[in-house]
Structures are given as C-alpha cells and as structure tokens.
Design a binder for this molecule. Structure first.
Ligand code: 13P
Length: 252
C-alpha cells in the first residue's frame, strides 16, 4: 500500500515568521489526520524557524527544501549542501523542479547527482519531471518524460528507488489554473510507473509514490487522487493558504 504524500511548495514566497504562522494554522486543521503524509517546502532561510516550531510543538509534518547541491561542502558560492539541510531539520528535498530546469539551467545529469546525493544522506528526494505545452502538442510527452525518469534515476539500485517520490508536473499546468485532466495525469503517471518497472523491476516500481502537480486545488484534488497511479500532489499556489491547503490534504 502506498501512503499518499501531499507536499506544499512555497517557492520564493513567505518570510520565516509567516512560514511559522502558516504551519501553525495548517497543523490546527490537520493534526490527528494521518491518512496522508504531509510535507511543506518553505524557502531555505525559513527552515530553522519552521523546524524549531515543529519540534517544540510536536508537529508531525515533513519539512522539505526546494533544491540542494549534491556535494557535502566546497567552493560552490551560493549553494546549500545536503548536510546543511539535514542540520536545519529537513527531511525531504524537491529536485529538478521545472522552474529550476528552465530558469537556472538544471540538467537531467545534475538532477541525477542530486537524487543520488539526497538518498545517500537520508533525505527523501521529490524528483520533478514534466513536459512543456510545445512538447505535448508535438506528441513528445512520452519521450520527454521517459528520458527525464531514466536519466534522473540513472544508476540507482532497486532497493533505493522506493524512497524516491516522483512528481509529474506538466509545465503548462503550473500556476495557470489549468490543471491536467485526471485522465491525462493518469496516462502519464501510469507511463512513469511502467518506465520505473522497466528500469528497476515491477516490485520496486509498485512501491514508488508518484505525485501530480500543476494547479491542484480543493475542487480537483479528489478526482486526481482517485487515479490508480497518482499517490499524491505537489501543490504550489494553493499551499500558501493554510485552510485551502488543509482542504487539499483532507481530500477524501
Ligand atoms: P501550482 O500549484 O501553483 O500550479 O504550482 C505547482 C508547482 O509548481 C508545485 O511544485
């Protein structure tokens, strides 16, 4: 049984004090509800305050970063290492979000290095894949997604793969208010699972959780979550309001 995982990606929004307040309100709405694993991914500078607040209040929500470097330390100006994230209380890390791929030149090879590094340091990688509208319209979705999954998870052992969370985020659905239909999302997430099966075997593939992301809202989450190969959601805008995100978490 795959436990659903719903994560909020707060992107470059929310100051530390606001992040703590958001977590406080979210927990007030969802404490005692454990059908879903919940993760929030604030900006890196918010992690210490949020982590301390969660620890002192016994708040059981996962804490994710939005990116990391693959090396533990070194001359990498402006970067943050996996051990630094662990020290700040992070449990998860988003890797290869389309905004990082498109705006900051992240490659599949870099994504692969980061996924391997996260696993080796005990962080759960949430690896994002997704096609552009142009690629979808050109019928390239399957090839693009297959390439991103194969490269991103290159050289992982079948025993490591079940820890990875794959987030399918079609770029045309991010921040547009136009989510993929549940059927379209299932088609691609089902395809991702068969790619995983080909790469790592059926048993490993069956235990990987695959999220959908892109304009997830309280009114579309339950249909999306009802799909057989969708085990969670990666939520942007709608995770910035505690009550809205809580409704998404409690979708069923
Ligand atoms: P929206 O939910 O705002 O479309 O963002 C999705 C996303 O990019 C999550 O990582």
């Amino acid at each position: 049984m795959r436990k659903p995982i719903i994560a909020g990606n707060w992107k470059m929004n929310v100051l530390p004090g606001q992040a703590v307040e958001l977590v406080r309100r979210l927990w007030a709405d969802i404490s005692g509800y454990d059908a879903v694993e919940v993760v929030v991914c604030p900006p890196c500078v918010d992690l210490p305050a949020v982590s301390e607040f969660m620890r002192s209040g016994d708040i059981r929500i996962g804490l994710g970063a939005q990116n990391m470097h693959w090396k533990e330390s070194g001359a990498f100006t402006g970067e943050v290492s996996p051990t630094m994230l662990l020290d700040l209380g992070a449990t998860h890390v988003i890797i290869g979000h389309s905004e990082r791929r498109q705006l900051f030149g992240e490659t599949d090879q870099g994504v692969n290095r980061k996924v391997k590094s996260a696993l080796s340091f005990g962080l759960v990688p949430i690896m994002c894949v997704g096609e552009t509208l142009k690629q979808r319209e050109a019928g390239e979705t399957e090839g693009i997604i297959t390439g991103q999954v194969n490269c991103g998870l290159f050289e992982l052992g079948p025993e490591e793969v079940p820890t990875v969370v794959v987030a399918y985020e079609p770029i045309w659905a991010i921040g547009t208010g136009k989510a993929a239909t549940a059927g379209d999302a299932q088609e691609v997430t089902g395809m991702i699972r068969s790619v995983l099966s080909g790469q790592f075997g059926q048993q490993a593939a069956e235990s990987v959780r695959i999220q959908y992301g892109g304009s997830v809202k309280p009114d579309n989450v339950s249909e999306i979550m009802s799909m057989p190969d969708i085990d969670g959601a990666l939520v942007g805008g709608a995770s910035l309001e505690a009550d809205v995100f809580a409704r998404i978490v409690k979708f069923s």
